[in-house]
Write a protein that binds this ligand. Structure first.
Ligand SMILES: Cc1cc2nc3c(=O)[nH]c(=O)nc-3n(C[C@H](O)[C@H](O)[C@H](O)COP(=O)(O)OP(=O)(O)OC[C@H]3O[C@@H](n4cnc5c(N)ncnc54)[C@H](O)[C@@H]3O)c2cc1C
Length: 421
C-alpha cells in the first residue's frame, strides 16, 4: 500500500516514539510511526503463555518518574507495588532489608542483616537524602564517576558493596562490574525513595498500549523496518519511500547510530530471564530477592504473581529469575545452573517448578559509562530535519524515553512552525 507523505516520520514504536507521536498529534501534526517489529512497545513487551503474563525480562515501573506521572494514567494501569526493600540471600539465609520510613516493622531484621555495619546504614541514609535534594538537573550535572568509586568515596564498606549494592545495582543497571555512572545510581536511589516499584496488572506492555490508544490506527505501521533516513524522507526495507518534513529516530541506541551512519560505538548490557510455574510461591511477600552470596548464577528472583495475582492462572505461581553477565550460557546450561542455585535456596520443592520460557535480551540497556549527559536537557536536531529521542545522547529508562520523546516532538513542532530562512 502506498504510504501518504506526512509532516513527521517517527522511526520506532517504543515508549520514546509513542510519546513523541502523542505530542505531535496534540499539536495537529500529520505523522506516521514506522515500527520494525510486529507489535508496539519496543523493549516493554508482555507475552501471554498458558495464562501466565511474561514480561520480556525483569521490568518494573518506578512510580515516582515525573514524566510517567504526567503521561500515564496509573489507575488504569492497575499498578501493584513491590514491598519497599529487598530480601538478600546471604550466608545461606534470607534477610529482609526494608526502608525504615515505609516499613518500620522490619527495622530489626534490617538492622541485624549481615550485609554491612551500622555505619553503612547511616551512610546509606545520608546518600539517599542527598540524592533527593535539589533538582534532577542539578543531580545529573554533579561530578560523575563510576558507582563503585562513588560508594567507596562515601565510606561504604566492601562487605556492604559486595552483599547489597552489587546485586542491587546489577539488577537495576544490569552492570556486573558496577562501573556505570554514579549520577544514574543517585537518580535510582531518588526514585526508589520517592515512590513504589510496581507492575501493571496486565503486564508491562500495558504502558505502551495506553500511550498508543488515542493515536489514529493508520498512524502506526508495524512490520515496517526503516532502512535509511535522509532530510525529507525515510526508506523502508521494502523499498518504499515516505516523504516528510522531519524525521524522528526513536530506535535503540545502536540502531540510531546505524541510521545516522555513525560507527557502532555503544556497548550493551543484557540479561537472561527465566520463568517458572510453581504450585506454591517460595515467598509470600512481594519482595525482590537479591543474591548477596557472591556465588551462583542468579542475580535476582521475584514472584510476579505474589505482586499481582493476574500474572498466573488460579492455583499456580509465576517465578522470574534474572541472570546478569551470563549471556554466553546456552538455554539448557542456564536452566540447569539456575535449578542448582534454586535447590540450594528452596530445597527439593524446586523439582516441581516447570520451566516456561527463557528470554535472552542482548541489548537491554546501553552501558552507562560516566560521564553521561544530563537527560533533562531538551535535544535539538542532530542534522537538518533529523531528530533523535530514546537512549541515544540521553539515559535509558522509562522516564527518559517518555521525556525525550516529548522533547523531540516539541523541537520538531517549533522548527516546523518557524518560517524558513
Ligand atoms: C530487561 C529490561 C529491563 C528493564 N527494566 C527497566 C526498569 O525496571 N525501569 C526502567 O525505567 N527501564 C527499564 N528498562 C529500560 C526501558 O525499558 C527502556 O529504556 C525503554 O523502554 C526504551 O524505550 P525506547 O522507546 O527508547 O526504545 P525501544 O523500546 O528499544 O524502542 C525502539 C523501537 O524501535 C524499533 N526499531 C528499531 N530499529 C528500527 C528500524 N530500523 N525501523 C523501524 N523500527 C525500528 C524497535 O523494534 C523498537 O520497537 C528495561 C529494559 C529491559 C530490556
Amino acid at each position: 500500500m502506498k504510504l501518504a507523505d506526512v509532516d513527521v516520520v517517527v522511526v520506532g514504536a517504543g515508549l520514546a516514539g509513542l510519546s513523541c507521536a502523542r505530542h505531535l498529534m496534540n499539536r495537529s501534526m500529520s505523522f506516521i510511526v514506522l515500527e520494525a517489529d510486529d507489535r508496539i512497545g519496543g523493549r516493554l513487551k508482555t507475552d501471554v503463555l498458558d495464562g501466565f503474563l511474561l514480561n520480556h525480562g525483569f521490568q518494573v515501573l518506578q512510580t515516582a518518574y515525573p514524566e510517567a506521572r504526567r503521561q500515564l494514567d496509573y489507575h488504569r494501569l492497575e499498578l501493584k507495588p513491590f514491598a519497599p526493600g529487598a530480601i538478600i540471600r546471604v550466608a545461606g539465609k534470607f534477610k529482609r532489608i526494608s526502608d525504615p520510613r515505609r516499613r518500620p516493622r522490619d527495622i530489626w531484621s534490617s538492622l541485624t542483616a549481615p550485609v554491612g555495619t551500622f555505619a553503612d546504614r547511616l551512610r546509606t541514609i545520608r546518600m539517599v537524602s542527598s540524592a533527593r535534594r535539589g533538582s534532577v538537573s542539578n543531580l545529573f550535572q554533579s561530578p560523575d564517576m563510576t558507582t563503585l568509586d562513588f560508594l567507596q568515596s562515601q565510606g561504604i564498606s566492601e562487605k556492604m558493596i559486595e552483599r547489597f549494592f552489587k546485586p542491587f545495582f546489577w539488577g537495576v543497571c544490569l552492570d556486573p562490574v558496577i562501573q556505570a555512572s554514579s549520577n544514574v545510581f543517585k537518580y535510582v536511589l531518588r526514585v526508589f525513595a520517592e515512590g513504589d516499584v510496581a507492575l501493571p496488572g496486565q503486564g508491562m506492555a500495558a504502558i505502551a498500549s495506553q500511550l498508543a490508544e488515542d493515536l489514529p490506527e493508520e498512524a502506526i505501521r508495524t512490520e515496517s523496518r526503516v532502512e535509511s533516513v535522509h532530510p525529507g524522507g525515510a526508506v523502508l526495507t521494502s523499498g518504499q519511500t515516505i516523504k516528510c518534513r522531519a524525521v524522528v529516530l526513536a530506535t535503540e541506541g545502536p540502531e540510531t547510530l546505524r541510521l545516522l551512519g555513525k560507527p557502532a560505538s555503544m556497548a550493551s548490557q543484557g540479561e537472561l530471564c527465566l520463568y517458572f510455574a510453581a504450585p506454591k510461591a517460595p515467598n509470600t511477600d512481594p519482595y525482590l530477592i537479591l543474591n548477596g552470596e557472591g556465588t551462583g548464577v542468579i542475580n535476582s528472583l521475584t514472584v510476579p504473581s505474589v505482586v499481582a495475582t493476574s500474572y498466573a492462572p488460579a492455583g499456580e505461581e509465576l517465578i522470574s529469575v534474572v541472570l546478569i553477565g551470563h549471556l554466553a550460557l546456552d538455554d539448557k546450561t542456564a536452566e540447569s545452573a539456575v535449578r542448582k542455585d534454586l535447590t540450594d535456596w528452596f530445597g527439593p520443592a524446586v523439582e516441581k517448578w516447570r520451566h516456561l520460557k527463557t528470554y535472552r535480551i542482548q541489548h537491554a540497556l546501553p552501558a552507562q559509562t560516566p560521564p553521561i549527559p544530563d537527560p533533562t536537557v531538551p535535544s535539538k536536531s542532530v542534522r537538518p530535519g533529523i531528530y533523535v529521542c530514546g537512549e541515544y545522547q540521553s539515559v535509558p529508562g522509562i522516564q527518559w524515553a517518555l521525556l525525550s520523546g516529548r522533547h523531540a516532538a516539541e523541537a520538531v513542532i517549533k522548527e516546523l512552525a518557524e518560517p524558513p530562512g
